[in-house]
Design a protein around this ligand. Structure first.
Ligand SMILES: *Cc1c(COP(=O)(O)O)cnc(C)c1O
Length: 297
């Protein structure tokens, strides 16, 4: 019971780091690496492992019946937590936004892991108000579950991000990550020495709370959030993005997902071509995963 080691046993850690030679990037004289957190586990992908870790520590220190968390039907977080609780053999409740479509492979996978999925209408979901569920599911003692917030955020979510940096065996000048809530970026910024710049590529349209959220998690200042690479909004994409990801994949063998990592890599490509990165600098791009739900093939 409550054994984090049973999860660690199935993960590839440290995740690999590789130098990327994409032909279009060569003229800029920048050394570019991909930190392959997508290879940690097919379902517990990328930053969802890093963000779950601190929560799992808290869970195992307490006396909880299980884990309760939230997600949309295609949430990488829900998927990761489902795979985690299967390895730990602990009960879990997944509160799903809107309806539950049993034909959705992510939903099927989570249920097969033993996660108890409960739909919550969008209005109550927005406020994470599960009080309406307490009457319907009176057999469940919701209060006794350890709650991981949507996406695995918060201070606990930052704890595991430290290992991303510890695992990189050389010094570098920039780290780039896709940003949803910004928890991962905050975790990186918080651990990095001040001379390293952290760049977050927002995948959301007009998300002006992102920076203040990151500032609420860390007092460090050496980060920047880049907007304008959302391609229409969360989980939206254009043929330009897909073509870019396919060309990138064909040259580098690194698959990208259209919700996060393709947008991050595309934004990096544009910044590089605008000479954002000084010649001779070293840049680490963080592959945060997401391939089960949204791989571009
Ligand atoms: C959840 C997720 C992110 C966003 O992480 P935040 O910590 O919320 O910013 C980025 N990439 C992938 C693949 C994700 O699943």
């Amino acid at each position: 019971m409550n054994n984090i080691h049973s999860v660690l046993d199935v993960l590839q850690l440290p995740s690999p780091i590789q130098k990327v030679d994409f032909s279009e990037w060569i003229p800029y004289g920048v050394e570019i690496f991909f930190k392959r957190d997508d290879l940690i586990h097919p379902m517990i992908s990328g930053n969802k492992w890093r963000k779950s870790y601190g929560h799992l520590l808290r869970f195992s220190q307490g006396n909880y019946s299980g884990i309760l968390t939230f997600g949309g039907a295609y949430s990488n977080h829900l998927l990761a937590v489902a795979a985690i609780i299967k390895e730990m053999q602990i009960p879990a409740i997944g509160i799903v936004r809107g309806e539950i479509d049993i034909h959705n492979p992510a939903i099927q996978f989570s249920q097969n892991c033993g996660m108890h999925l409960i739909p919550l209408d969008r209005k109550n979901y927005k406020n994470k108000d599960i009080s309406s569920l307490k009457q319907i599911y009176s057999n469940i003692d919701f209060l006794n579950y350890y709650v991981i917030p949507e996406g695995g955020g918060g201070k606990e979510g930052m704890i595991g991000c430290k290992s991303i940096i510890d695992e990189i065996p050389f010094e570098f000048d920039f780290i780039v990550s896709a940003c949803g809530t910004g928890t991962t970026l905050a975790g990186l910024v918080n651990e990095l020495p001040d001379r390293v710049h952290s760049l977050g590529i927002s995948v959301l349209k007009g998300e002006d709370t992102l920076i203040s959220y990151i500032q609420s998690l860390t007092s460090k200042k050496n980060f920047r959030v880049i907007q304008g690479f959302h391609f229409g909004g969360y989980a939206r994409f254009t043929s330009e993005l897909i073509m870019f990801a396919k060309q990138f994949m064909s040259e580098t063998n690194i698959p990208l997902d259209y919700v996060y990592t393709a947008k991050m890599t595309f934004a990096f490509d544009q910044l590089l071509k605008q000479n954002y990165f000084p010649k001779g600098s070293k840049v680490v791009l963080l592959h945060t995963g997401g391939l089960f739900n949204a791989a571009i093939r």
